[in-house]
Design a protein around this ligand. Structure first.
Ligand SMILES: CC(=O)N[C@H]1[C@@H](OP(=O)(O)OP(=O)(O)OC[C@H]2O[C@@H](n3ccc(=O)[nH]c3=O)[C@H](O)[C@@H]2O)O[C@H](CO)[C@@H](O)[C@@H]1O
Length: 365
């Protein structure tokens, strides 16, 4: 295939924001270069909600697949779903005349990549975590190469198969937003510092509770709390008498949310971390303790080791921990700027371009 000929690239990125948003970022770059990206997403509401605003991109729903934690009768259902989804992916790949398949991680990537491999297409998988997931380690055997978010993950794959590209960030996050406009858009005071709190694309109940308690004890900062759809009503009620806390179920304008913030409290999912680095934000990371193989703790340690964030396990998180982050980092200009520049140093601005280049030319250079 000539290097300039438009490619049809199928990107499997369903199930969670951590797979969907980097997939969208790659699709945006491919489209900019004249290719036809097609995004396979799940039928979950989180995918529908998040993909809604990208009217210029082509989405196709396929079944979401998650491996059961323990061997049980569910394992048969899981294998059956894999086979059924592999068949429907093979149909889609043939129908759209795909040239390349890219999986953004998780078991949702396995059937399309395996189907692409069976059809003789070029296939890739991207892993954004410091500790790669089981699904990607399995899917990698049918791939031309494994693309990685961070160098630390390369220990888990044969060296010859890996290329470190970084994890892409959606194009709209690169847009610079004025802090005053951003705060006004969320109904926040434009002067008082702001802490953005979010629990990944699906929220986090305990994190929300501790942040509310910290806000109740100390009003030196405002909070923009992205509670997650499932916890929204409860958090909204608890924050009713806290005028310095603004609660949203889900934010579709993360560029403004980050621009409004002087500091961030969040999980350590790979996309959240990549965004913190790209935008140079100081953060308190609270890894989701039930993430597969505790991979969020591995992600967080990479940031902590570079001085780009503080890390606190969920079991010892408390309003005091949050308030010491607020006073020692967010409200301490020197410490905050030091953390912000350490975060910026971890950013890989050109990840989407690098991945697009590999999809076009099979090589990074
Ligand atoms: C619980 C779990 O296992 N999560 C995993 C999941 O990420 P998960 O989807 O939980 O979280 P990530 O941090 O990777 O991504 C969250 C994304 O959602 C966006 N966002 C968040 C809130 C909101 O209101 N609006 C919004 O747009 C953030 O800007 C970010 O882009 O896949 C990632 C990639 O494999 C992993 O690193 C995470 O560990």
């Amino acid at each position: 295939m000539s290097q300039t000929e438009p490619l049809t690239v199928v990107i499997a990125c369903g199930g969670t924001g951590g797979h969907l948003f980097p997939g969208i970022a790659v699709a945006q770059e491919l489209k900019r270069k004249g290719h036809r990206p097609i995004l396979l997403i799940s039928m979950k509401s989180v995918d529908a909600q998040a993909s809604n605003k990208y009217e210029d991109l082509e989405f196709r729903p396929v079944e979401a697949i998650a491996m059961p934690r323990l061997a049980s009768l569910k394992t048969f259902g899981f294998v059956w779903k894999l086979v059924r989804t592999w068949r429907s992916c093979r149909r889609i790949l043939r129908e759209v005349k795909a040239d390349v398949v890219l999986g953004m991680g998780g078991f949702t990537s396995l059937p399309p990549v395996r189907a692409g491999y069976g059809l003789g297409l070029r296939t890739y998988v991207h892993d954004s975590n410091a500790l790669p997931g089981k699904a990607n380690r399995l899917t990698a055997r049918w791939c031309d190469a494994v693309l990685l978010g961070v160098q630390e993950a390369s220990h888990y794959f044969p060296k010859s198969e890996c290329m470190v590209t970084g994890t892409p960030v959606r194009a709209e996050l690169a847009r610079s937003v004025n802090v005053v406009f951003a705060r006004e858009a969320f109904g926040l005071d434009t002067i008082r510092p702001v802490v953005l709190s979010m629990g990944g694309s699906q929220g986090a109940k305990q994190l929300n509770t501790h942040v509310l308690e910290a806000a109740r004890r100390d009003a030196s900062v405002q909070y923009l709390l992205l509670a997650g759809t499932a916890d929204y009503e409860r958090v909204q009620k608890m924050a009713a008498d806290l005028p310095h806390v603004k609660v949203l179920p889900f934010c579709s304008d993360m560029a403004s949310a980050y621009a409004a913030a002087d500091g961030v409290i969040c999980r350590s999912g790979a996309s959240s971390l990549t965004e913190l680095a790209a935008l140079g934000k100081a953060a308190l990371l609270v890894p989701y303790p039930f993430a597969a193989d505790d991979h969020q703790m591995h992600n967080a340690r990479v940031y902590a080791a570079h001085g780009a964030a503080r890390v606190n396990g969920q079991e010892t998180l408390s309003p005091e921990v949050i308030l010491s982050f607020v006073h020692e980092i967010v409200l301490n200009r020197e410490a905050r700027e030091e953390m912000e520049s350490a975060a910026r140093a971890l950013s890989s601005d050109d990840a989407a371009q690098k991945i697009a280049h590999v999809l076009e030319h099979s090589t990074l250079s």
